[in-house]
Design a protein around this ligand. Structure first.
Ligand SMILES: [Zn+2]
Length: 81
């Protein structure tokens, strides 16, 4: 299965296997600001599938639509200043 590039830096990720024979997929680019990795899976395909999954619509954890507007972001940023 082909692995999508890291959504944060665009570099190809690595599928790796741990001491117990389980798999994860992770970004190993040291220049990546996030360096995400999947959870650990028993099957390589499951790790690859988890890595390749992308949210279609931003939503809150309770399922409601999420996201903040540029105006909201600006006001939060100004308050923190
Ligand atoms: Zn990355």
């Amino acid at each position: 299965m082909e692995l999508k590039p890291c959504p944060f830096c665009g570099v190809a990720p690595i599928l790796s296997q741990d001491y117990f024979g389980r798999y994860d997929v992770r970004c190993l680019n040291t220049g990546c600001e996030i360096m995400p990795s999947t959870r650990v899976y028993d099957k390589a395909e499951d790790a690859a599938e988890a890595w390749n999954r992308r949210a279609e619509q931003p939503r809150r954890i309770d399922g409601q639509p999420a996201g903040i507007t540029a105006e909201q972001f600006d006001s939060i940023y100004e308050e923190a200043d």
